[in-house]
Write a protein that binds this ligand. Sequence first.
Ligand SMILES: C[S@@+](CC[C@H](N)C(=O)[O-])C[C@H]1O[C@@H](n2cnc3c(N)ncnc32)[C@H](O)[C@@H]1O
Length: 293
Amino acid sequence: MTENIPGGRVAPEARIEAPTRGLDTLADARYSTTGDDRKGHVALVGAGPGEPGLLTIRGLRALEAADVIVADRLGARSVLDGLAAEGVELRAEVVDVGKLPGHHAVPQDAINELLVTLARDGKRVVRLKGGDPYVFGRGGEELAYCREGGVDVEVVPGITSAVSVPAIAGIPLTHRGLATTFTVVTGHDQIQSLGGTRDHTVVLLMGVGTLANSAITLARGERGADCPVAIVEDGYGPRQRVTIGTLGTIAHQAAVRGVRSPAVVVVGDVVRLSPYAPAELAASALTAPPALD
Ligand SMILES: C[S@@+](CC[C@H](N)C(=O)[O-])C[C@H]1O[C@@H](n2cnc3c(N)ncnc32)[C@H](O)[C@@H]1O
């Protein structure tokens, strides 16, 4: 594909690999455990939120064919443990690069370099990342580094925590009559500029440390202090817990309950749909017939 650029230059040919489809995906030579294609390769695989059942089939095939798995801690490690518990035997060596929010056991540069070195050695490498590699996951940087290093690389999307963790708490991000839009931001982002009302759902990742500030900022806008908020900690994990309040109360509730990362924060009227919502916030309260006196 070429593109004419104003000024007469022609953009270099951009090649987007056609996705393999249907059963061809499963027959991809890169994921064959029996073939003799030993060319090094990197797959940036989204592990989903940490529950092995939410890994994609293509992701599982990549893990099965891998020589080395370079894994984050959040999401990725629990998927590997869950697969082992279900009797899935992976022959790959696992390198734990131990990335937790705000704590990078191995710096990003070293991870990039490791991927390229392993692939150049002819290894099939899976870079297993929590959620989706392209959602606040630095997947784009790792992909670019591999490409610049001349390494064959692909992205296997994963189920992002931004959508799946609210789902486990019964919260859809859009819902007819309650929300038509959603925005995913991090707690570090400038959320002052986020407009919208309660029908515009806001999802905060990495938002525990900055929750009090975010709540004050969002409450100042059209959402108001009584806008519903949910915090879902450790979605699909052993510490899974849901805390529901409003923009005006949530920081205090989080402090009292000792809310910890990882957690997804959801702001907006869709929170009312959660079965964990207290009666006064529940969606039924919006439509309940007036009390008879
Ligand atoms: C660096 S971001 C990576 C997001 C990831 N790429 C994704 O698509 O889910 C890490 C943040 O994701 C959220 N997160 C990921 N997994 C989670 C889980 N199982 N439960 C709650 N929050 C989770 C938390 O907000 C955490 O701080």
